[in-house]
Design a protein around this ligand. Structure first.
Ligand code: CAA
Length: 278
């Protein structure tokens, strides 16, 4: 794994719980410690709920190693990048991974929601082995992985990535073209942005908007709570990418979302978004 934020930690946890040997690369000791704490907390929660034996938690933790050197991923067969939704940062990581990975068959995957896989592939000397593998938050709970081959990804890479997600992690896959947002976010993000616009224009209180969709449409959570869970900074970054790709108003981040991100209100992860979290 490259990155152990919300998504990276989830993917690393599920991989280690599935018996895989995982190395997690982070930018600093502090970020690595935060990643380890995130994973430990989630595993402890599973133990607390009786879903995981203590010995299995310890075994999963034993299969996870943290590093601040990307070069320590050299012997990996599969690397999944899950850093911030920023094209320049991601292409930098892909170029560096391409230099350090020694296995010529290694797959370079990205958990991006909206950045073209073709652009990440172009930063490497092995574009046929670059693919999008997009997980959903919370990763231990949600079954889906979107597989996103670019125009130059080989079918062998798609097959191996699918095998990793299904046989390896017990997930289910769908396949989508390399278009910003793929299937799920192309449908979900306009819905979340509409809820922000509705709140901003004063049509209803946040709780009423959310209760509307929970009680009226049986969604597990309302759109503003879900925006907080995804992270408002991440939601804005995804919306910006999709707007850049399609130039359609329905993907434009509303001013309130932009101001909340400017103010550091990122949602659940920062303690404040449309709701407050302790
Ligand atoms: N880690 C592990 N397990 C978790 C968890 C977490 N972070 N959060 C919840 N769970 C588990 C609980 O342990 C519980 O399992 P059991 O019933 O087997 O004990 C189950 O999920 C339900 O949890 P809770 O009772 O605590 O809470 P809930 O019923 O309100 O569910 C939720 C919480 C799972 C988050 C649910 O509300 C949900 O699925 N919401 C929708 C999430 C969603 O739409 N995610 C997609 C976001 S889009 C995305 O990720 C992609 C992108 O690019 C933006």
């Amino acid at each position: 794994m490259v990155g152990s934020g919300l998504m990276g930690a989830g993917i690393a946890e599920v991989s280690a719980r599935s018996g895989l040997d995982v190395v997690v690369s982070e930018v600093s000791e502090q970020a690595a410690e935060a990643g380890r704490a995130r994973i430990t907390k989630s595993l402890d929660r599973a133990v607390g709920r009786g879903k995981l034996a203590e010995a299995d938690r310890d075994a999963a933790l034993g299969r996870l190693r943290f590093t601040t050197e990307l070069a320590e991923l050299a012997d990996r067969q599969l690397v999944i990048e899950a850093i911030a939704e920023n094209e320049q940062l991601k292409t930098g990581v892909f170029a560096e991974l391409d230099r350090v990975l020694t296995d010529p068959d290694a797959i370079l995957a990205s958990n991006t929601s909206s950045i073209p896989i073709a652009k990440l592939a172009a930063a490497t000397s092995r574009p046929a082995q670059v693919i999008g593998v997009h997980f959903f938050n919370p990763v231990p709970v949600l079954k889906l992985v979107e597989l996103v081959p670019s125009l130059v990804t080989s079918e062998e890479t798609v097959r191996r990535a699918a095998e990793f997600a299904t046989d390896g992690l017990g997930k289910q896959t769908i396949r989508a073209q390399d278009r910003s947002g793929f299937v799920v976010n192309a449908l979900l993000v306009p819905y979340l942005l509409s809820a922000v616009r509705m709140f901003e224009s004063g049509v209803a209180a946040a709780e009423d908007i959310d209760n509307g969709m929970v009680l009226g449409c049986a969604h597990p959570m309302g759109p503003l709570a879900l925006a907080d869970l995804v992270g408002l900074d991440t939601l804005k970054a995804i919306a910006d990418s999709m707007y850049g790709e399609y130039k359609e108003q329905l993907y434009a981040a509303p001013p309130l979302l932009q101001r909340m991100v400017d103010a550091g209100h990122y949602g659940k992860k920062s303690g404040r978004g449309f709701y407050e979290y302790s």
